[in-house]
Write a protein that binds this ligand. Structure first.
Ligand code: CP
Length: 319
């Protein structure tokens, strides 16, 4: 794996390999000294043009646990505010000697432009681009599902037959798109539950089935209910038809949560709008994987950086 730009680029074998290497990294993360020498002497730039808490910090933790040096670049406070282009920004950083770029950008497709341009020749990892993709979020979500649902026999496995219901603002969600593609590649069944105003106007968006009635979708007994953040910052107008109505029709409210079976997983990529798309009681329950997803994100990002930066030099095991 040279770049990680989209989950649509991953074969089932690629995806299972990343999840299996992430299992090795998770084992390292349980040790007293959570460190491997795998990327010693390499420098990784976290190039963030959009805000982030968990993705940026977990990429930083992942790189440091692999012994890489990390440069954190935030567009705010940089010469981007003086009009410097992506090309000139990257070439400036490249002149200082870097071995990999993790990029979050508001423009859909920016990571692919960077990977395919001749501005710099290093692996590029997409940390979220506009409303397009967030591949490491989907990988950590799949990793979390596989751990919870397959137990000790998970290595080498996909998510065959697992029923995943993704609820809410699909239209603006890079998480929904990356998850739909990856989960289907791994054998899961994906359904979206959302109002028409928060869905792409096509049949079966990203290959997923669609419900406009959350209660009917929950009655199909999904194994996983993933609620999405309402992305008001990406909307020009108020959304369907107002927050209170949204919660009533599409929120994982305390009443809906109380009706879920004990085995159903509740997921959210974060950051959460508590009380809007998810009730606090659902977010904080033992069935919720919200905090676990964040912890797993470090292991998954260690695996992605390791595979992208070591290329052909990969060993069978990393621990
Ligand atoms: N899930 C996610 O991408 O969160 P951040 O925006 O905090 O990185």
């Amino acid at each position: 794996m040279r770049h990680l730009l989209s989950t649509a680029d991953l074969s089932r074998d690629d995806a299972v390999r990343i999840l299996d290497v992430a299992e090795e990294m998770a084992e390292v993360n349980t040790r007293e000294v959570r460190k491997l020498p795998a990327l010693r002497g390499r420098t990784i730039v976290n190039l963030f043009f959009e805000d982030s808490t968990r993705t940026r910090i977990s990429f930083e933790a992942a790189a440091k646990r692999l012994s890489a040096d990390v440069i954190n670049f935030a567009a705010k406070g940089s010469s981007v505010s003086k009009g410097e282009s992506l090309k000139d920004t990257v070439q400036t950083l490249g002149a200082m000697g870097i071995d990999g770029i993790v990029i979050r950008h508001g423009a859909s497709g920016a990571p692919r432009v960077l990977a395919e341009a001749d501005w710099i020749d290093v692996p590029v990892v997409n940390a979220g681009d506009g409303t397009h993709e967030h591949p490491t979020q989907a990988l950590l979500d799949a990793f979390t599902m596989r751990r919870r649902l397959h137990g000790a026999d998970r290595r080498g496995q996909g998510l065959d037959g697992v029923r995943v219901l993704i609820v809410g603002d699909v239209l603006h969600s890079r998480v929904a798109r990356s998850n739909a593609w990856l989960l289907r590649t791994l054998g899961a069944h994906v359904t979206f539950a959302a109002p028409p105003t928060l869905l792409p106007a096509v049949d079966r968006p990203f290959g997923a089935a669609v419900h406009h009635d959350l209660d009917a979708a929950l009655a199909e007994d999904p194994d996983v209910v993933m609620t999405l953040r309402i992305q008001q910052e990406r909307m020009n107008d108020a959304f369907f038809p107002n927050p209170r109505e949204y919660t009533r029709h599409f929120g994982l409210t305390a009443a809906r949560f109380a009706r879920l079976p004990e085995r159903t997983l509740v997921m959210h990529p974060g950051p959460m709008n508590r009380g809007l798309e998810i009730a606090g009681v659902a977010a904080d329950d033992a069935r919720s994987t919200v905090v676990e997803q964040v912890a797993n994100g470090v292991s998954v990002r260690m695996a992605v950086l390791y595979l992208a930066l070591t290329g052909d030099q990969q060993k069978e095991t990393v621990a």
